[in-house]
Write a protein that binds this ligand. Structure first.
Ligand code: PLP
Length: 382
């Protein structure tokens, strides 16, 4: 089997599995005062430091959550409902056109429920980079405090966004900034961007940690409204007994870097091979800065739906340009925003590499694509 879908989920790393098994053996509730409770609490606090180091934020700013989606919801909801002073309240949500559905759907849901709250979409350029000048113009127009939501790197194309530049624009207009770092964390240095961001969303399963665990890094003083009340865990910001083994696994994963030079070499080998298979193949976002591990491409005339099934039969696992939870291949809003035409967009696929990817994965994927392309050519010729 050849797994090239790390942006969907990166398989558990051996060190993560070991950390989780050890945490299960600790037992105890992290809120209990006895020895077992204190030991369990120590597991959580160690992981908090590890995740904080990954995100370049103080450990006290990290809230463990049930994943990236929950973190994004907490940030959006906190910005809208958390401010105490009327003048600090958010009335405008600016979200980039390429945000994950966890941002898009939750932002729109909030706007439907909160009177006077508007969602506006920040356009991206053809290369998939958010248009910072357009954002500045949008912020300049209209009244009311804004929250800007831009991801650090896109899950479909891997295109890296200019967060430092965006944070300067946000500051100019006293806007809050939410950075979805779910795909970027562990692959991209966050040292420069993190200090300027109010909310950072993270997810463990994209970096070889367990599924269903995430974190929200909350800048001190950023508006926040707890959604789960009860035991007062996570400094009263997210009640409920913590998922201790999951959090331990997240911490372990946060400590492990991926080798970007190795992944770049593999990705480049893939893209060179792709061009040899079909000179008309298209690689989306190629001219922009991209994560080392991601390649979003199309073989014109071969739909992603057909390709995914054919590759799967050959044991090669990749995604369509837009991974869809229902298992159906939907049109990608990211490629739409980049101005890719509909027919080509339907052919978009994504190869995403990670800690255990190797040459054999690339060779198997290229071989499967070559067979597919030859079959398509034969069909056209017949
Ligand atoms: N944001 C981005 C950019 C993602 O790629 C994903 C997952 O695909 C999410 C958010 C949601 O994260 P989770 O699956 O942990 O809820």
């Amino acid at each position: 089997m050849y797994y090239l879908d790390h942006n969907a989920t990166s398989p558990i790393r051996p060190e993560v599995r070991a950390a989780m098994l050890a945490a299960w053996d600790v037992g105890g509730n992290p809120s209990s005062v006895h020895a077992a409770g204190r030991a369990s609490r120590a597991v959580v606090e160690k992981a908090r430091v590890q995740v904080a180091r990954l995100a370049h934020v103080p450990a006290d700013n990290v809230i463990f959550t049930g994943g990236g989606t929950e973190s994004l919801w907490l940030a959006l909801n906190g910005a809208v409902h958390g401010a105490l002073e009327v003048e600090a309240r958010i009335t405008r949500l600016f979200i980039s056109a390429i945000e994950h559905d966890a941002v898009r759907a939750n932002a729109h849901a909030l706007a439907e429920r909160a009177a006077g709250l508007r969602v506006e979409t920040i356009p991206v350029r053809h290369d998939g980079v958010v248009d910072v000048d357009a954002l500045r113009n949008m912020l300049r127009q209209g009244k009311g405090r804004a929250l800007v939501a831009v991801m650090a790197a896109n899950n479909e194309t891997g295109v890296i966004q200019p967060i430092v530049e965006i944070s300067a624009v946000a500051r100019e207009f006293d806007a809050l900034l939410l950075m979805d770092a779910v795909q970027a964390a562990g692959k991209l240095e966050m040292e420069r961007s993190s200090p300027h961001v109010d909310y950072i969303a993270l997810s463990a399963h994209k970096l070889g940690g367990p599924q269903g665990v995430g974190a929200l890094a909350l800048r001190e003083g950023a508006p926040f409204a707890a959604q789960f009340l009860g035991g007062g865990q996570e400094m009263r910001r997210r009640s409920g007994t913590q998922n201790v083994p999951g959090i331990a696994g997240f911490g372990a994963a946060a400590e492990l870097a991926v080798d970007n030079a190795r992944l770049t070499a593999l990705r480049d080998k893939f893209e060179t091979g792709l061009k040899e298979i079909a000179s008309d193949s298209v690689i989306f976002g190629r001219t922009a800065p991209r994560l080392a591990n991601t390649s979003c491409f199309a073989l014109p005339g071969i739909t992603a739906e057909t390709a995914l099934m054919a590759l799967d039969l050959d044991g090669v696992m990749v995604s369509s340009g837009s991974a869809c939870s229902s298992g159906k291949v939907a049109r990608s809003h990211v490629l739409d925003a980049m101005g890719v035409d509909e027919a080509l967009s339907r052919c978009a696929m994504r190869v995403s590499l990670g800690w255990n990817s190797d040459e054999a994965d690339i060779d198997a994927c290229l071989a499967a694509l070559k067979t597919l392309a030859a079959r398509a050519r034969a069909r056209v010729a017949a």
